[in-house]
Ligand binder design. Structure first.
Ligand code: GRF
Length: 204
């Protein structure tokens, strides 16, 4: 059983999808701790409702990023986490943190990487609409030192409609995010992922 630590900053709908899939026994994995850098993140309430350890760690309480991350690492390691899932976590993680969990951190990005890397939140969907792209989607990738540049595990595609607003596109992508994250974790927990540079081979 892979023990998951989730880092969150907001709503937590991806966290919810992962927890629900675990409860349905679709995953050989379980969320054991949820850490938020935002006190009133709804994700923390979701965790508490499922009796999952839910911690608020305020990055502003630390002198620098290294000290904040040392605290995160302390909590994650105390929970013997084997996979860190970033699920709407709005802080960039330093190389020190990333190297502590090599190919053990996943993130979800609400676009088809490597296009639209570096954008976050509604800015991603605005950029997609502005670009005129006919398709968007989501990407679950391993986190490396290159922001939004790690090996891609799962992508799911949605159409972009001519009349879409950023919110409408975001909602269509979000439905696929929930499926993509669960699938990526399922593959990871099954030991089915081989990483070769930027490429991920899925063993059947
Ligand atoms: C998602 O759109 C995800 O792609 C992005 O942040 C959002 C988090 O949503 N990284 P939620 O908190 O999981 O509902």
């Amino acid at each position: 059983m892979v023990r998951i630590g989730a880092l969150v900053s907001g709503r937590g709908s991806n966290l919810q999808a992962i927890v629900d899939a675990g409860a349905r026994r679709e995953l050989n994995a379980q969320v054991v701790v949820v850490i938020s850098n935002v006190a009133d993140a709804y994700a923390l309430e979701r965790a508490r409702a499922h009796r999952i350890d839910a911690l608020f760690v305020n990055h502003r309480d630390f002198p620098d990023r290294a000290a904040f991350e040392a605290r995160l690492i302390g909590e994650l390691d105390a929970h013997e986490v084997g996979l860190v899932c970033l699920a709407g976590f709005m802080r960039i993680l330093s190389p020190v943190f990333v190297r502590h969990y090599p190919l053990r951190i996943m993130n979800i990005h609400p676009a088809l990487l490597p296009a639209f890397a570096g954008f976050y939140g509604h800015h991603v969907h605005e950029a997609v609409l502005k670009s005129g792209a006919r398709f968007s989607g989501c990407t679950v990738h391993f986190v490396t030192e290159e922001v939004d540049g790690g090996p891609i595990v799962v992508q799911r595609v949605v159409p972009v409609l001519g009349c879409d607003t950023p919110d409408e596109l975001a909602a269509r992508v979000l439905v696929e995010e929930h499926k993509a994250y669960v699938e990526a974790i399922r593959l990871f927990a099954a030991g089915a992922l081989d990483v070769d540079g930027k490429r991920v081979k899925v063993r059947e």
